[in-house]
Design a protein around this ligand. Sequence first.
Ligand SMILES: Nc1nc2c(c(=O)[nH]1)N[C@H]1C(S)=C(S)[C@@H](COP(=O)(O)O)O[C@H]1N2
Ligand SMILES: [Mo]
Length: 309
Amino acid sequence: MAGRYKSDLKWSDVTPKHAWMNRRQLIAGSGALALGSIAGPAMASLAAKKTDYGADLEPNDWDAITSYNNFYEFGTDKGDPATYAHALTTDPWTVEIDGLIDNPGSYGMEDILANVTLEERIYRLRCVERWSMVVPWVGFELADLLNRVGVQPSAKYVSFETALRPDEMRGVSQNVIEWPYREGLRLDEAMHPLTIMATGLYDEPMPNQNGAPIRLVVPWKYGYKSIKSVVRISLVDQMPVTAWNTYSPREYGFYSNVNPDRDHPRWSQKFERKVGGGLFAKQIPTQLFNGYEEEVGSLYAGMDLLEDH
Ligand SMILES: Nc1nc2c(c(=O)[nH]1)N[C@H]1C(S)=C(S)[C@@H](COP(=O)(O)O)O[C@H]1N2
Ligand SMILES: [Mo]
């Protein structure tokens, strides 16, 4: 359909998987069917660019990443998100971007995706509960989006909000934490090149249980900072209220940088177990900033990491 306009496309038509399929079909040179799904070079270029990030890491497999999840909006058991998150409508999807910026507004997923470079980044993910995974995310640098909307000099923090849809999220009828799920970063953390908004994994569109259609990934912080299914990003001048910090500030600090030297009040953070190794998987030592100290250590120069946790 050569004459198809961009506006006819749903954003899910331009996700990495589709681009990848188009590319493969192009290479295979297959016939009419392939031609029907090729919407031009602009689409093919949306395929996630491979990078060196995490080239030395062993990613968990698809099944582990998509069946062992925390997404309390769908229940608190690890299997609940995979069972119930399909109820979330992810297309169409808009992200409200507001606060101390030049171009506030409601940004559709197709618009967000059309203006960024998708990359594959293999990152470690360390949950505060002491399990970890390695995930091949597809995403783009949050800085790209923030630069586009024009951050004003008075902005000091970024706050994020997850969708709150009681009709689609069976878990929000329970007051485990205060809904909607909220998170926040200092502006320099949000602008750091390691901080991405992920829209897929393993070259597939983001599965609902992992935070479709768009979620934050901050690899040097405990997993709960990486907020899923984001509908709002606000640039603010005060440290934002966050769900877990509100729930228990002593246990869940605003920064929540992975730190083996600061124990959670109820357990040690010195070790972790990588998901997928079975019940008796050996413990592996947790690294300061989850192994990203070289990249992000300077953000916290002069800070007491035990106090300002
Ligand atoms: N909206 C929302 N985002 C969330 C959570 C949640 O319950 N709700 N759980 C967090 C926690 S505790 C972790 S460890 C990661 C897990 O991401 P994954 O399921 O993709 O591995 O998501 C984080 N983002
Ligand atoms: Mo977590």
